[in-house]
Design a binder for this molecule. Sequence first.
Ligand code: B12
Length: 147
Amino acid sequence: MAIPLRAVVAKPGLDGHDRGAKVIARALRDAGFEVIYTGLHRTPEEIVRTCLEEDVDVLLVSLLSGAHMVLVPEIITRLREAGLAELPVLVGGIIPPADARKLVQEHGVAAVMGPGTPLSEIVATAREKGQHYREKVKGPGGQGLIG
Ligand code: B12
């Protein structure tokens, strides 16, 4: 049987809007992912540590606070420092289109998805990016870095 993809759904900073993140966590779980939801108010450092410890295949960051241009680049810098430069990062929430473009083009975010994006599209993108990462970084057997 195929090993399920592992996803972290993260809420960085002071943002208290958690509905979207919980909806996404549930949709991924229902689609067969193993999901780790960080809970509210995590620092970039905590999020990257969770990605390392949980040996994940995709990171989903939800932000509705307006702090995305500070917090997302910081998460990406810390991922690189932790040796997870290739881990796909999806971002969603309230992100103006110009910022979304910058996050993708200048910071290497895999995709930005806002309100109204069908859950099926979010799940399909997470699956495609996570699967690609797993095969490229962890090898065809999909064995994790730990164990
Ligand atoms: C409900 C709500 C609240 C609730 C939150 C309850 C909760 N536990 O979540 C309460 C009343 C607490 C609240 C408070 C505030 N809010 Co409010 N809130 C909203 C509101 C009306 C709806 C958000 C929501 O729950 N939507 C439903 C969920 C399911 O949708 P979603 O979060 O957008 O997620 C979907 C997509 O965005 C996407 N998605 C989300 N995350 C991710 C991540 C990834 C990786 C992907 C791929 C996709 C994805 O998929 C989800 C499913 O479709 C929005 C306005 C709006 N229409 O969006 C304002 C809004 C987000 N709030 C806003 C503000 C300003 C505030 C306050 C600062 C107000 C104040 N002055 O006190 C506070 C901040 C509180 C805090 N500590 O953060 C602003 C944010 C402005 C900005 N960022 O530029 C908004 C946009 C309202 C506005 N138009 O001004 N809020």
